[in-house]
Design a protein around this ligand. Sequence first.
Ligand SMILES: N[C@@H](CCC(=O)N[C@@H](CS)C(=O)NCC(=O)O)C(=O)O
Length: 91
Amino acid sequence: MNKLTSMINKKSGSATQTPNITLYFLQTSRAIRTAWLLEELGLDYKVEYFDREPTMDTSASYREKSGFTSGRSPAIRDGNLSIIESAAIAE
Ligand SMILES: N[C@@H](CCC(=O)N[C@@H](CS)C(=O)NCC(=O)O)C(=O)O
């Protein structure tokens, strides 16, 4: 687990309660906007952190786990609902 994931997970609430929201945090992307929003709203969430490829492309792992084959970021999952785009997530 990297420092950012550890820092955000530490702030994300009780260890006994599993958050329903997952932020798929792509390195060097606007995912920080969504992390900021979730923090401001005080919502419980967990973070899965993904490095980019050396070419700066998104990894196959990010596309697979986020559920968005386009590789776009930010992406979250809330239960069965998966959303991309900062504005759509905020709404
Ligand atoms: N308007 C979108 C822009 C999102 C956007 O441009 N995301 C970039 C990363 S910051 C992206 O997904 N790039 C695809 C890639 O890097 O392969 C938003 O604010 O969510």
